[in-house]
Design a protein around this ligand. Structure first.
Ligand code: ATP
Length: 901
């Protein structure tokens, strides 16, 4: 279709370039051609998740044990082991399936959107719903959603490297006809999967899904899966090491036993028991579940996790670099002051309602003023926003609200439209006299925008942009209705006005024009008209969020394209910029070497008038001095910096598709406070992972110690493999899961961030795990010996004592794991009801196994008496008695410490 004219395409595709398809046509085509997707994204099937449960090392050990038990005639043992394996697999499956589902639901949330014209209205739709004939609107940062023939374009440039490998963006031209089918030459078309780097455009969809150029090479495209997090990788490695060690130890124990003349089957049983005891089989599944729960919690706090590692890394963030406009501020813009013809005018009215007046020293300014007229022309015509009455639901119907005005498009431009409307200059009215026939779009590198308009016989360029940039392009000024030379002293006066506005926190836009001759001279020798000062108040919630960051040892840095004075004023208001803090501008940065930037980067709190490439330099410098950096971005050029940052954050509302794709986190509300909440959530998730690792590993060590010590002492096995399996299944799993649901501990945002490469076992966790594991093993063995003596050698009774002690010790210990630095007496043990419920159900399961006659045979248990339970509870409480004594001592001696101070 590349070689057809637009007219031919319009009739061939039965569409309307102005109004787009209607809903009926769209539905019919969608039904006929299918969704606009390259291939069904492959999702893991429930069956493969279930089968993966049997790949586990422990399961293999157990299956082998079952086989050998069967060969040795112990069918009963074999069947029970198989049942437990199955139960374990079902539990593992439920956990992983849920985790997988919630991650899949997440990818739906980040599904790309496209702006199309349907039924004559501009709407944002899911990209996969596009059909041939749809009219698509493209702008900088968009991913081209399907193969398009361009209808109109304004400085449209597209990066087609994904398709052609050529990294230089291609300049598109709707008017060019091409005769071949070579993609690289097709300047009148855009292709699915490429990205718009500059400008705007409108195109008609000519191919979707697998029919697109990208579809034809779809097999070659790698779809990124869910990457494992660094912690998951490290835990998988740890798991392998533990499995190897415990298998070696088990084999050694078996061999030594046989060598000592023990029964082969008994020793084999001992070896299997030890292996079963040692392998932390639940760990990887619970980590996955915990991360998935974290992802859900973040979503509730309006942060979408795109890459799972971000959940972990967020807790390490030491610097959050944030955009100003819309993230730290509300993006609700109002022009409050206008400067033209040496006069400082105040504008009244609030929000987007076009009601307000202009005052000069308390006197109303007449709108019949030539310069004001020119100013409004530029403000309103060099503008892509639209101002309209918002449709609000009234009695179930959508009606246009009376005073409910809103804008579509860039809020800065919206504010200028409202200013125009306040003085009677509506875009629709102006367009009856003017025709816009060219546009040089705004982008954050140029920091200005121009349109070329046709008014009768003359053509003008109307330009608006950052005042420092626009002023540099001006040689004349409009004063008293006449074009005068813009002398240095006049420039100085204007600069002072801009500086004053900036210091008051206003975002400034300068307006200028000239007569259009050709494209090369559009933005030179311009005539300066005036400046609009736009207020954009800080978001109220950001004040406390910045404060929270400070307490949490996280530095907040503002990076903005806005002027230094405006940025400084807002940063001071938000207390981001301390007295001693430095402000750097893009120009300062350009003259600095990387080494020089590294020297000062820790003292800089505000970067103003930066270009997108400066962001990358800032991230690199911060990382080079050891920071873990979270960086926000919205424009297409922010991609590299976002990728380079440890946590790349894209804006959900204003962010471009390309930026979202590069990011690991998307803020659905573009709000800085949400980043801080996500950091808090990240810290809490990591804490929870440490909590259940502490619990699970100390339980495992407890089990190993029980078995190993007994063997070294030449005692009979204190626990049968089935009993250990039961403990691992019914006692460890549930409470560990519940620990993953703990709420954030108080004061979580009062601690310093943890190091990025910090081991999960740091801050004394290894010691805690090992010492408590030893203690659990020791007391279990002690109760085994006591039970053995008391029952005069009844091995089943003694094992039941050991079994009950082990479970009780673990169920008590789970409450210790709720906090890293507080004892069980200083926390509310009922704060997590899931945990209370898990402990209760594990206790009931234990009692069933001990007292239900039909299970006593299976698990070789004997009923215990009240005195036995008293013994068990007493011994299990020893560590808590020690904790209590410590607390009392601390309480008694603390006042003394204070008085000596
Ligand atoms: P952030 O803080 O998110 O970086 P910003 O809006 O301050 O955003 P840019 O969007 O790069 O940064 O804008 C830089 C400057 O360009 C603004 O200070 C303003 O003077 C000018 N400007 C902003 N939007 C427009 C626009 N639509 N047309 C012309 N000039 C604009």
């Amino acid at each position: 279709m590349l070689d057809l004219s637009l007219k031919e395409i319009q009739s061939k595709l039965v569409t309307d370039f102005e109004r787009g398809l209607n809903s009926k046509q769209h539905q019919q085509r969608l039904k006929k051609d299918g969704e606009n997707i390259l291939q069904k994204t492959h999702s893991i099937s429930p069956i493969s998740i279930f089968l993966s449960q049997f790949k586990d090392a422990m399961v293999l050990v157990l299956l082998m044990a079952t086989l050998i038990s069967g060969i040795l005639g112990e069918i009963y043992d074999g069947i029970t082991i198989v049942i437990i394996i199955m139960l374990n697999a079902v539990l593992g499956f439920i956990q992983e399936y849920k985790a997988e589902k919630s991650l899949q639901a997440l990818s739906k949330l980040t599904a790309p959107k496209t702006k199309v014209i349907r039924d004559g209205k501009t709407v944002n739709v899911d990209t996969k719903e596009l059909v041939v004939g749809d009219i698509v609107l493209l702008s900088s940062g968009d991913k081209v959603p399907a193969d398009l023939r361009i209808i109109e374009e304004y400085s449209l440039e597209v990066d087609e490297s994904a398709l052609t490998g050529e990294s230089v963006p291609v300049v598109k031209d709707a008017t060019k006809m091409v005769d071949g089918i070579n993609i690289a030459d097709a300047v009148n078309s855009c292709f699915k999967g490429t990205s718009v780097t500059k400008g705007r455009g409108k195109g008609v969809v000519v191919a979707t899904g697998m029919d697109t150029a990208m579809g034809q090479i779809a097999d070659m495209i790698q779809t990124a899966g869910n990457e494992p997090t660094p912690l998951q990788i490290r835990l998988a490695q740890l798991g392998k090491i533990l499995v190897t060690i415990c298998l070696i130890v088990s084999v050694l124990v078996v061999l030594v036993g046989i060598w000592r003349g023990e029964d082969i089957y008994k020793m084999f049983l001992a070896g299997v028991s030890l292996a079963v005891a040692a392998i932390p089989e639940g760990l990887p599944a619970i980590v996955t579940v915990c991360l998935a729960i974290g992802v859900q919690r973040m979503l509730r706090r309006r942060a979408i996790v795109r890459k799972l590692p971000a959940v972990e890394t967020l807790g390490c963030a030491t610097v959050v670099c944030s955009d100003k406009t819309g993230t730290l501020t509300q993006n609700k813009m109002t022009v409050e002051k206008v400067y033209f013809d040496n006069s400082n005018i105040e504008v009244t009215g609030n929000g987007y309602e076009p009601r307000g007046q202009l005052f000069l020293k308390n006197q109303t300014v007449s709108t019949e003023n030539k310069i004001l007229e020119k100013l409004m022309e530029i403000a309103v015509l060099c503008n892509n926003a639209t101002l309209h009455k918002k449709e609000i639901p009234i009695k179930g119907m959508f009606r246009k609200g009376k005073d409910n005005w809103s804008i579509d498009g860039d809020p800065t431009e919206g504010a200028l439209l409202v200013l125009g409307a306040k003085t009677g200059w509506w875009k629709e009215k102006l367009l009856t006299n003017y025709k816009i026939f060219k546009e040089f779009p705004f982008d954050s590198s140029r920091k200005m925008m121009s349109v070329v308009v046709d008014k009768g016989a003359s053509k003008f360029t109307l330009t608006k942009g950052a005042p420092d940039i626009v002023l540099d392009k001006c040689t004349k000024i409009l004063e008293k209705g006449i074009e005068q030379p813009l002398t240095e002293s006049k420039k100085e006066t204007i600069k002072r006005v801009i500086e004053d506005y900036g210091k008051e926190g206003y975002r400034n836009i300068a307006l200028s024009y000239n007569t259009y001759t050709n494209d090369y001279s559009v933005e030179s020798n311009m005539i300066f008209v005036g400046v609009c000062a736009i207020s954009d108040p800080p978001r109220p919630e950001v004040f406390s969020a910045v404060e929270k960051c400070k307490r949490a040892g996280i530095k907040t840095v503002m990076i903005t394209g806005d002027h230094k004075d405006t940025a400084t004023a807002i940063a001071r208001q938000l207390k981001i910029l301390p007295e001693y803090g430095k402000v750097l501008t893009g120009i300062d940065m350009s003259s600095m070497s990387f080494e020089e930037l590294k020297e000062v980067v820790d003292e800089v709190y505000v970067y103003a008038r930066v270009l997108p490439e400066h962001k990358l330099k800032i991230v690199k410098a911060l990382k080079a001095i050891g920071h873990t950096v979270a960086m926000t971005g919205d424009g297409i050029n922010d991609g590299p910096a976002i990728k380079e940052a440890d946590i790349g954050i894209a804006m959900g509302i204003t962010g471009t598709e390309v930026t979202k794709e590069a990011a690991s986190l998307i803020l659905t509300d573009d709000n800085f406070a949400t980043i801080v909440e996500a950091v808090e959530e990240g810290r809490s998730i990591y804490d929870n992972i440490r909590k259940f690792i502490r619990f699970l590993l100390s339980c495992n060590i407890g089990e190993i110690m029980t078995m190993l010590l007994a063997m070294l002492m030449g005692l009979p096995l204190p626990l049968k493999p089935i009993q250990i399996l039961w403990v691992n299944l019914a006692t460890d799993g549930l409470p560990a899961m519940a620990l993953g649901l703990e709420k954030a501990e108080k004061g979580i945002m009062e601690r310093k961030p943890r190091g990025k490469n910090e081991s999960i076992f740091s801050r004394g966790l290894d010691f805690k795990i090992f010492s408590r594991g030893m203690l659990i093993g020791f007391i279990t063995l002690t109760m085994f010996i006591i039970g053995y003596r008391k029952s005069m050698g009844d091995i089943e009774f003694a094992r039941t004592m050991a079994f009950a002690t082990l479970i009780c010790a673990q169920l008590f210990h789970v409450f210790d794991c709720k906090s890293e630095d507080k004892s069980i007496f200083e926390i509310n043990i009922f704060s997590n009801l899931y945990l209370v419920f898990a402990v209760l159900s594990s206790s009931v399961l234990m009692l069933i196994v001990i007292y239900l006659p039909s299970l006593q045979g299976v698990f070789s248990t004997k009923p215990l008496e009240l005195t036995d339970w008293l013994w068990i509870v007493c011994i299990v409480c020893i560590p808590y008695a020690i904790q209590m004594i410590k607390l009392i001592l601390l309480f008694v001696f603390k006042p003394k410490a204070v008085t000596t101070k």
